[in-house]
Design a binder for this molecule. Structure first.
Ligand SMILES: [Zn+2]
Length: 213
């Protein structure tokens, strides 16, 4: 019976990064050895300019353990692993926070379909794990109703997706905002969010990203 359970993978799980077998005393996806080995990547290349973003900092490259961790958080909806990743980033993130001195910290909103399938915003939980208070400044407008009925202007806004929550605009005006996201590739999401923030009066927008793709 035990042999059967092991063969089917039910008796124990193995770390998705290193393959080592472990019994899930924690989230059961990535072993503590791998998580403890997560370190800021040096030297990070900051030659990529992101329009409207005054400065940004990246923790690591989207590869190896970090890639597995981010993938596992999303694929297995693991809030616990998101919190644990936040602890791994904490010192690096806070060093940047001390430097930038943001008035408010925020993160992109998930589109509704992803939010309902996952039930939580992983970046929000990474920030919780890092002990950095954040505010949900953005909401998503995913207009699925008949696209053809929308005006040209509405269609463009629908594609854009992100909106600032009108009730929180006071938190942005004349303020330094830090946007935290999980993955940097083209920088188009950050650029769009920074533009939105500046358009309602933010004085500066900075960004912190977990991994560079
Ligand atoms: Zn491992």
């Amino acid at each position: 019976m035990i042999g059967l359970l092991q063969a089917s993978g039910l008796a124990q799980s193995s770390c998705r990064a290193c393959g080592r077998a472990f019994r899930g005393k924690d989230q059961g996806l990535i072993c503590e050895l791998c998580l403890e080995g997560l370190r800021p990547y040096h030297p990070m290349d900051y030659s990529q300019k992101i329009d409207y973003v005054s400065s940004y900092r990246v923790f690591g490259l989207y590869e190896g353990v970090l890639k597995e961790v981010l993938h596992s958080i999303k694929f297995y909806n693991s809030k616990t692993l998101a919190l644990r990743l936040g602890r791994a980033l904490r010192d690096h993130l806070w060093e940047y926070v001390d430097q930038v001195q943001p008035d408010v910290v925020t993160f992109p909103a998930l589109n509704l379909r992803r939010f309902w399938s996952r039930g939580f915003n992983h970046v929000e939980h990474i920030l919780k794990g890092a002990g950095l208070p954040s505010v949900k400044l953005f909401r998503r407008v995913d207009l699925s109703p008949p696209f053809a009925l929308l005006s040209k202007e509405e269609r463009q806004r629908a594609v854009t997706g992100h909106r600032l929550r009108e009730d929180l605009l006071d938190l942005v005006e004349n303020k330094r905002v830090l946007v935290v996201d999980d993955l940097l590739t083209t920088g188009s999401t950050l650029k769009r969010l920074a533009y939105l923030l500046l358009s309602v009066g933010a004085s500066e927008v900075h960004a912190y990203i977990v991994a560079r793709g």
